[in-house]
Design a protein around this ligand. Structure first.
Ligand code: CS2
Length: 446
């Protein structure tokens, strides 16, 4: 978004971004001394280009600058509040898309609505204050990898407001726009090597450069009642229904990404571009998209074969050091939209699910927290403690592990655990992953 808005500044300098960090002050502390400017490094086999991004006016740390952040959110000049808080930032049940009323941050925000700590809590509070002051609401623009992300966030925000004040909830439901979007650009987490590269290339210290790929795609529902930047002038696509684009991206790119991440990490590959060079993993991901995912998508929005081939090229990008461990994070929040949606659609048609089921089994193998050499895996996931308990209770039995994990309804819902074809496929793959390992299993399946 910062790049798109930076591009717009040439034609319309009245726009800008105020960032809000909910988790840590690190980005603010890094960018404040450099006027919130940062270097964008666009890297591929063809080389590296750099540019300075100047669209961020400031970044506020929610923990220590909460009231300043809320004050910014109720400023009438602020027309859009966008969200890139990752799948786990919505305090919701990934299987149903509904708010989790027992989430610690939701419990906090219900008890202290004027000091919200969650993204939904901040949005409800700001909309409440705008309503009280007679200021038109902002548009809420979700840019995270959630299914029907605008509608999902609308249900979460209205759900929280309903638990506080029915009239406020009705106001939000009727007056606030939550357009859906599909955002696609691979952006590995910034590393020390990136900072060193800037120093070598530009001779400057940049505390938080951002490395990415040349490819970018942003598809947005055009529902901005209080205005928006002319993003179509800088490459964004406005459509009436994002859903087909979102399904294609979440299931083709992100479903493959998660499968590569778990099998690649377990197979000893630290980076995506290394894993995709493994013939077995390349063939597996190619077949997963071709033989299982593509049949669940609308065939008319683009040449899906060409889209698949372009994705594989993007995964191969040797200039991006995208860690399999980074993508493997938060799998409990990602699996439903990345792999389980495809599986449900195919089970409904009595179609094979072997390849997508392997992605799910690889996640289960990964979250046991032990790799194939017996070393500990640093599993980052909001449900990690619970997943660890299930793993310990299973005492190494693949069937017990599967039954334990399938019981996590936030991930698998109520239907999949009852589907015997799904369960058997997962048990067989997980047994193979334990006995043969990830790469041998990938070779066997394809
Ligand atoms: C990745 C995504 O970390 C992950 O889960 O799969 O961040 C992916 O890089 C983006 O969705 C690409 O658009």
């Amino acid at each position: 978004m910062a790049v798109y808005v930076d591009d717009i500044l040439c034609v319309d300098p009245t726009w800008g971004i105020i960032g809000g960090s909910l988790r840590t002050p690190n980005t603010r502390d890094a960018l404040a001394p450099q006027d919130f400017l940062y270097t964008l490094l666009v890297r591929s086999e063809a080389g590296t280009s750099t540019r300075i991004i100047g669209s961020i006016l400031k970044v506020l740390d929610a923990a220590s600058q909460r009231q300043e952040l809320i004050a910014s959110m109720i400023d009438p000049r602020v027309r859009i509040v966008s969200l890139t808080v990752t799948e786990k930032g919505y305090c919701h049940d990934p299987a149903t898309g509904e708010i989790d009323p027992c989430h610690p941050e939701i419990l906090h925000d219900l008890a202290a609505p004027e000091e919200p700590v969650s993204a939904p809590g901040l949005i409800v509070r700001a909309l409440e204050l705008r309503r009280a002051a007679g200021i038109a609401p902002f548009t809420v623009l979700c840019c995270d990898n959630l299914p029907q992300n605008g509608r999902t966030v609308s249900r979460i925000v209205v759900g929280l407001a309903t638990m506080r004040d029915k009239a406020l909830a009705d106001h939000i439901a009727s007056a606030v726009s939550f357009p859906s979007t599909m955002v696609d650009r691979i952006v590995p987490a910034t590393s020390e090597e990136d900072r060193t590269l800037i120093r070598d290339l530009q001779g400057v210290e940049d505390a938080w450069p951002v490395v990415t790929e040349p490819f970018t795609q942003w598809v947005i529902e055009d529902r901005f009642p209080t205005g928006r930047p002319p993003l179509e002038m800088v490459g964004a696509e406005f459509v009436s229904d994002v859903r087909p684009f979102e399904l294609m991206k979440l299931r083709m790119l992100n479903g493959s990404h998660s499968t590569i991440a778990y099998l690649g990490y377990l197979g000893g590959y630290a980076y995506v571009n290394q894993a995709i060079e493994d013939p077995a993993l390349f063939k597996l991901v190619y077949s997963l998209m071709t033989d299982e995912v593509m049949s669940t998508l609308r065939q008319d929005i683009c040449d899906l074969g060409a889209y698949r081939d372009a994705l594989l090229e993007r995964f191969r990008n040797p200039a991006l050091r995208h860690r399999t461990w980074q993508i493997a994070m938060d799998g409990s929040q990602k699996l439903p939209q990345r792999l389980l949606g495809t599986i449900r659609d195919r089970l409904a048609e009595n179609l094979p699910i072997s390849l997508t089921a392997l992605g799910v089994a690889a996640w289960m193998r990964y979250v046991t927290g032990r790799d194939e050499q017996g070393s500990e895996i640093d599993v980052k996931d909001p449900l990690a403690p619970r997943l660890r308990q299930i793993s310990e209770a299973a005492k190494g039995s693949p069937a017990k592990l599967v039954d334990g994990f399938l019981g996590v309804s936030e991930v698998f819902g109520e239907d999949l655990p009852r589907n015997e074809a799904f369960r058997v496929a997962i048990v067989n793959h997980l047994t193979s992953l334990f006995h043969r390992g990830a790469l041998a299993t990938a070779r066997l399946v394809c």
